[in-house]
Design a protein around this ligand. Structure first.
Ligand code: FAD
Ligand code: UDP
Length: 392
């Protein structure tokens, strides 16, 4: 059988463990969370032979971390803080890492003050020079909020909860900078990620599990992929090898529009330019991240030592500059993009030998834990399908 013919789209190939053919049972494209979780599950639970390829020179996808020249642990693709409410996801990852408890805090630079974000009781009291109680803050917000019948956009989401003044100071310009779009052009789900609180809880997340992999994300990925049935190929676009190396099923975690050669047009993915700076001082800022909604071309500055707990005489920070061109980082949630994605999804659904998983391949603004949950669910489904095939 000529190499490549077993990869024909739509062909349901029976999958049997081990490499009697000399090829691979599964080709996983992308060694981020989506790809690594599936590679690990398919190899360790089903005994399948997995080839995982990534076009970058490292594993971990956007969650990759590394030590910089000064010996500080940094996140080259921006700050990654792990948080989840899912015991399943936390337990699963705990097989590959120990954890360092960490609760992220963010301040927003507004009207010359650094104020807690998400907006809470202290934010409002300090911004307006008031001393409201929690109950009074609820009444205050109710008096500021605009009545909106059907909350559809990111603007609706915020002004219906806190009114226009807080919206203008904390959300409008940050969102325009981050997305290159007005909040009125984005789905409500984008700003809904950031809650409003009438208490003094200043944590960015309130999830049950909030912790960082103690030895870093990359070490955790190394342990996930350290299985004799998993072979890793870096610095390789899957298109360079998909017809050279036999495989039966593909797990694809790159951008879905690229897989289909943009036949329904390009899906917008927002990018970022990261500026990493190492400073000759122990501390740069009071909390992990400071947001700059209204000034500068960058959205936020993050100091990694808060996240990692590393003790070091110097410190490293990252500035995030949003842009259109560059690596795809964020799907852009708005109706016209959902419509284009739907066309790609229909095509994807027709391919029984390719599974699309992860933030880029399913065009979902997912956090790490959601991608892990999605990958575990995909594994469950594949497990059923693969065992059904085996009995054919
Ligand atoms: P990715 O990590 O993007 O992995 C996909 C991989 O596929 C990449 O390594 C890519 O190189 C590879 N690939 C693509 N095309 C090809 C090809 N043709 N051939 C070979 N390889 C290919 N989540 C949180 O939970 N907490 C946070 O604090 C957080 N902060 C974030 C900050 C930023 C700036 C960004 C951008 C994201 C953040 N996230 C955060 C989200 C998190 O990064 C994602 O949920 C997660 O990393 C997605 O994993 P993935 O495997 O789907 O995709
Ligand atoms: N946002 C904002 N001001 C802020 C923080 C967030 O307007 O100070 C909005 C903005 O649109 C942002 C979205 O809320 O893109 C989600 O914020 P989050 O911090 O979750 O973004 P991420 O960490 O995914 O970049």
């Amino acid at each position: 059988m000529p190499v490549g013919s077993i990869n024909a789209p739509g062909l349901v190939a029976p999958l049997r463990p081990a490499a009697a053919s000399g090829g691979f049972d599964v080709l996983v494209v992308g060694a981020g969370f989506a790809g690594s979780v599936l590679a690990e599950r398919l190899a360790s639970q089903l005994g399948l032979r997995v080839l995982i390829v990534d076009k970058r020179t490292h594993i971990g996808g956007n969650a990759h971390d590394r030590y910089d020249d000064a010996g500080l642990l940094i996140h080259p693709y921006g700050p990654h803080i792990f948080h989840t409410n899912s015991a399943d996801v936390f337990d699963y990852l705990s097989q590959f890492t120990e954890w360092r408890p960490y609760q992220h805090r963010v301040l927003a630079s507004v009207d010359g003050q650094l104020l807690p974000m998400p907006i809470n009781l202290d934010t409002v009291n300090r911004l307006y020079g008031m001393s409201l109680t929690a109950l009074q803050m609820e009444e205050f917000l109710a008096s500021m909020a605009e009545k909106i019948e059907r909350v559809k956009t990111s603007e609706d989401m915020v002004v219906s909860k806190v009114g226009r003044d807080l919206y203008n100071k904390f959300f409008r310009n940050y969102t325009r900078k981050q997305w290159g779009l007005d909040p009125s052009e984005l789905d409500a789900s984008v700003t809904a990620r950031v809650p409003t609180r009438c208490n003094r809880d200043a944590r960015y997340f309130t999830d049950t599990y909030q912790a960082m992999p103690r030895a870093g994300y990359t070490r955790m990925f190394e342990r996930m992929l350290a299985h004799p049935n998993i072979k890793l190929m870096l610095n390789t676009d899957y298109r360079e090898i998909e017809h050279l190396i036999p495989w039966r099923h593909m797990v694809y975690t790159g951008p879905i529009d690229s897989y289909f050669h943009y036949r329904h047009g390009r899906l917008p993915y927002r990018s970022l330019r990261f500026e990493h700076v190492t400073l000759p001082q122990e501390r740069f800022q009071e909390v992990g991240t400071v947001n700059y909604p209204n000034d500068y071309a960058y959205t936020r500055i993050t100091e990694f030592k808060h996240l990692t707990g590393q003790a070091h005489a110097q410190t490293s920070v990252v500035y995030e500059y949003p842009c259109d061109e560059g690596d795809p980082y964020y799907p852009v949630p708005r109706p016209q993009n959902a419509e284009v994605y739907r066309l790609y999804q229909e095509e994807a659904d027709k391919l029984s030998n390719v599974s699309f998983v992860g933030r880029l391949a399913t065009y979902k603004y997912y956090n790490m834990d959601q991608v892990v949950a999605q990958a575990l669910a995909t594994f469950k489904r594949l497990k059923g399908e693969l065992s059904a095939n085996e009995t054919l």
